[in-house]
Ligand binder design. Structure first.
Ligand code: GLN
Length: 350
């Protein structure tokens, strides 16, 4: 007797519920994930699934479905099973060579859009100090529409390609040490019609000669974005099994402390950004202070942005000259959302 879609779903939800991946505190819903797998394998929308739940499962689909179910029950992330994940409202192809885009990383895109004066996101909603918000209300950070940006450690390309899709006059150079990750990013660039505005470079951005490998056009970009590997070895050992076993370790762990690549990103940004240039770099929830501390006297502003969970998540730093440093916490206009390293007005007027 042939099984109906609903019968397969009921059974699949039971299999998932009893697997270690779906312990009570994991937050994952076995039923929803079973539905996702069924929709993915049969090419159905969720609405179609509801109306067709009593229909028989196509016999040739059952083997594939059961294989997907076994992989999910074994802890493989849904995004790898589906080969895609949504980021900032667009679908990105992913593979085990790329990190799965996280919602927290969308804050970098928001910040870049706000600071460049793009419509749609209000500076009022951003965790910026009042002085930065006032300055932004007067003029965006980048006076030229033709922004050139670098994305260091692009992975699936989600940051660079989203910026290119959101900001049609921008041109980016996306860098990764993994050729396989760049293959995915190139696929995504084509799918999002951004291949003519985002170039890709296979390189190690921590290498001493990295800057020389950049084409002239990108040697002095006004924006550098990066979601570098930032998980320390010890923290890595405590991450979810699905992350440790399936996501690329080289995209997560730069070295024992986790700060090795963030340090290289800040050093490179210090070298390449012109005065008034912007660095947006994601980091770990416990790295806010350390990340700001990487910014020395060459920076006019260094503050920490929070993520949806209210955790320290990214460094926002503006290149400039500094006269005054280490203002006391009481005088810190960012409150607990960040700390400025200076009260100096940089060349950009912020
Ligand atoms: N946010 C990722 C995690 O905690 C880490 C991403 C990164 O190292 N860039 O799993």
């Amino acid at each position: 007797m042939m099984r109906s879609l609903r019968e397969w779903l009921d059974g699949a939800a039971r299999v998932l519920a009893s697997s270690p991946e779906f312990s009570e505190d994991s937050g994952a819903s076995p039923r929803r994930e079973a539905e996702f797998l069924l929709c993915h394998a049969l090419g159905l929308t969720r609405e179609a699934l509801v109306t067709r739940a009593r229909e028989s499962l196509p016999p040739d689909a059952e083997g594939e479905l059961n294989a997907l179910l076994a992989r999910r029950a074994g802890g493989e992330p849904l995004a790898y099973l589906a080969g895609k994940r949504e980021f900032y409202g667009r679908m990105f192809a992913v593979s085990p060579a790329t990190l799965i885009p996280r919602p927290e990383t969308e804050h970098l895109v928001d910040a870049a859009r706000v600071l460049s004066g793009m419509p749609g996101v209000s500076a009022a909603d951003m965790p910026f100090p009042g002085r930065l918000k006032d300055a932004l209300a007067r003029a965006p950070l980048f006076p030229d529409a033709e922004v050139r940006f670098l994305d260091l450690g692009t992975g699936s390309g989600c940051i660079a390609l989203t910026l290119a899709a959101e900001c049609p006059c921008w041109k980016g150079m996306a860098v990764d040490i993994s050729e396989k990750a760049l293959d995915m990013a190139r696929i995504n660039a084509k799918a999002l019609n951004a291949a003519d505005r985002v170039n890709f470079l296979h390189a190690d951005f921590t290498a001493a000669d990295f800057a020389e490998r950049l084409p002239e056009e990108f040697r002095s970009p006004c924006l550098i974005v990066s979601n570098p590997p930032y998980v320390g070895e010890e923290e890595y050992a405590g991450l979810e099994r699905g992350v440790r076993e399936f996501e690329p370790k080289c995209a997560l762990v730069p070295g024992p402390s986790g700060l090795e690549h963030p340090r290289a990103v800040v050093a490179l940004a210090e070298r390449l950004l012109p005065s008034g240039g912007l660095l947006l770099m994601e980091h770990g929830a416990g790295q806010g202070e350390a990340a700001r501390g990487l910014c020395g006297t060459a920076w006019s502003l260094a503050l920490t942005g929070k993520d949806y969970a209210g955790l320290d998540r990214y460094l926002l730093a503006i290149r400039g000259q500094v006269r005054e440093r280490n203002i006391p916490a009481a005088a810190n206009p960012c409150g607990d959302t960040g700390q400025e390293v200076t009260t100096h007005e940089p060349a950009s007027g912020i």
